[in-house]
Design a binder for this molecule. Structure first.
Ligand SMILES: [Zn+2]
Length: 293
């Protein structure tokens, strides 16, 4: 999902894997024609890899890499490519700490496959599909069926309020939250029920598409506690508007820039991963890690 030059001939690559979560590895000599990786690694492609894990918790060492699938369609337009980078970045964020499950990997590959085939005006829809299903896979999707705070019934008509802090919609007796228009809420429910094939047929009105898109980004940022760097390229409008849904939590205002803001300088290895565990109901977290082989 990410590549950087390590030296004249070597690269550092970040992978989303089907068995080891997120993996950062050094590919020594990868840019030589006769390398075990068959030449320089490419972004947004599916590889079968062999690696040696690091003993110190640093970079793994890539031993072999064979390309299994690549998506030329992602290079058709900047909208496609940026969307691909965004999907990859979000996936690697949520794949952290999810070793042993291929759910994130499968969702990412399936979404990239569809993205590569879509027309440019359909790109926002596959992003919506991906975002909603990443949240679902992590057990962090917003509760849209009852009050997320007290469990009570939702108002039958009119606007409803959503509170990302509470994990979903609020009833009339619970205060706080941000108002969601009925049309956007209906669209959001359909996005969560969509498949990669059906999502582009939603054909939402522009204002509803923008609202749902912004709300889903906010839910992802809130759940992942990180602002994906590709957001402002893949979803410039949502990058400007997502904060409307996610006011800083109490006592957090001072830190919010550091934790979720764009002014982050460099990466911190100690930064928090997704808020897994908040609702572990559907999160498949293995009981043990296999670091050995
Ligand atoms: Zn309530």
């Amino acid at each position: 999902m990410r590549l950087s030059d390590y030296s004249e001939t070597s690269q550092v690559a970040t992978f989303v894997t089907d068995t080891a979560g997120k993996l950062a590895a050094i590919a020594k000599g990868s840019k030589r024609a006769k390398s075990p990786t068959g030449g320089a690694l490419d972004l947004l492609s599916v590889y079968e890899i062999v690696f040696s894990p690091s003993r110190s918790g640093g970079l793994a060492t890539l031993r072999e890499a064979g390309m299994k699938e690549h998506f030329p369609g992602l290079r058709r337009s900047s909208a496609h490519f940026y969307a691909g980078l965004y999907l990859g970045e979000v996936s690697s964020l949520f794949a952290e700490g999810s070793e042993g499950t291929s759910e994130h990997f499968d969702l990412l590959v399936e979404s990239l496959r569809h993205l590569a085939r879509l027309e440019a005006d359909e790109v926002p829809y596959i992003i919506l599909f991906f975002e909603s299903h990443v949240l679902e896979a992590a057990g962090l999707e917003p509760n849209l069926s009852s009050c997320a705070r007290c469990g009570g019934d939702l108002p039958k008509r009119g606007a409803v309020r959503i509170s990302l802090e509470d994990g979903g919609l609020l009833c009339g007796s619970c205060d706080g939250g941000v108002e969601v228009r009925p049309g956007s809420l209906a669209a959001l429910r359909r996005v969560f029920e969509s498949t990669p094939q059906s999502v582009r047929r939603l054909k939402l009105r522009a204002d509803l598409l923008a609202e749902v898109s912004s709300l889903l980004s906010a839910a992802l940022i809130y759940a992942g506690e990180r602002l994906p760097r590709a957001l402002k390229f893949a979803k410039p409008r949502a990058a400007r508007s997502w904060r409307r849904w996610a006011p800083p939590r109490e006592g957090e205002a001072a830190q919010s820039t550091e934790r979720r803001g764009e002014s982050r300088t460099g990466r911190s290895g100690a930064s928090a991963g997704p808020r897994a565990g908040k609702r572990p109901r559907t999160h498949k977290r293995p009981a043990r890690r296999e670091d050995g082989g």
